[in-house]
Design a protein around this ligand. Structure first.
Ligand code: DX5
Ligand code: ZN
Length: 220
């Protein structure tokens, strides 16, 4: 069976106790720490930048999975590499304003795993030309910008298409879902082929982080 990776998004953590929150999810069984970077341009919200990612790096040895919901990710990616990111995911949409292929190769050449993401309104075809060059496909299951939104089941078609692509290739890419992930939507996503679950609210707003993470994996 496929190994499921759970990546808590610290966007939903208590920022005044960020170090403690990171330690708690690590102890609770998190596999990666997902860092949602928002610039107020690509999405209508502002979160945090490379300095905070660098502070998180000092608190954990877990892989830091950086999701850039920003314009000009080509310009900023090197700062997140320096801050200690292990994977960096950029957006394919025109509004991100960069040469997608070039940014992905800069990320790989810097020793990070390159990822590509697409918004709910963006068709699967827009990422197809890049699948051979990425390690992670991050399917947005909500419109990016804010935590706590409802999962869009229609996005499962993109997950299925990524899974079909994986089946036709020797090299597999991680298929991640991001937004509105709870035990029920996690199960649906895994059934359709996802192996990485990004979750903010359902982990950080739970009382027992270990139980929340186990439930996302389908363990009661
Ligand atoms: C959405 C972000 C997500 C989000 C997930 O813009 O990319 O990572 O924080 O949060 P929940 O799990 O609350 O939907
Ligand atoms: Zn994210």
């Amino acid at each position: 069976m496929q190994q499921i990776i759970v990546a808590p998004s610290i966007l939903a953590a208590d920022f005044l106790r960020l170090a403690d929150e990171v330690h708690r999810v690590e102890e609770a069984g998190a596999d990666w720490i997902h860092c949602d970077i928002m610039d107020g341009h690509f999405v209508d919200n502002i979160s945090f930048g490379p300095d905070i990612v660098g502070l998180v790096r000092k608190e954990t040895n877990l892989p830091l999975d950086v999701h850039l919901m920003i314009r000009r990710p080509d310009h900023y990616a090197p700062r997140f590499v320096k801050a200690g990111a292990n994977s960096i995911t950029v957006h394919v949409e025109r509004e991100a304003d960069h040469d997608v292929g070039k940014t992905l190769s800069v990320i790989r050449d810097a020793g990070c795993r390159p990822g590509l993401s697409l918004n709910p309104a963006t068709p699967f075809e827009s990422v197809e030309p890049f699948l051979d060059t990425i390690d992670i496909l991050l399917v947005m299951t909500v419109h990016p910008g804010f935590g706590g939104q409802s999962f869009r089941p229609e996005m499962m078609e993109k997950v299925q298409r990524a899974e079909e692509w994986n089946e036709s290739r020797a090299r597999k890419i991680d298929i991640a879902v991001d937004g509105g992930i709870n035990p029920e939507t996690a199960r649906l996503s895994i059934q359709n082929g996802a192996n990485v679950l990004v979750a903010g609210t359902s982990i950080f707003h739970a009382k027992d982080y270990a139980k929340a993470i186990r439930e996302l994996r389908g363990i009661r």
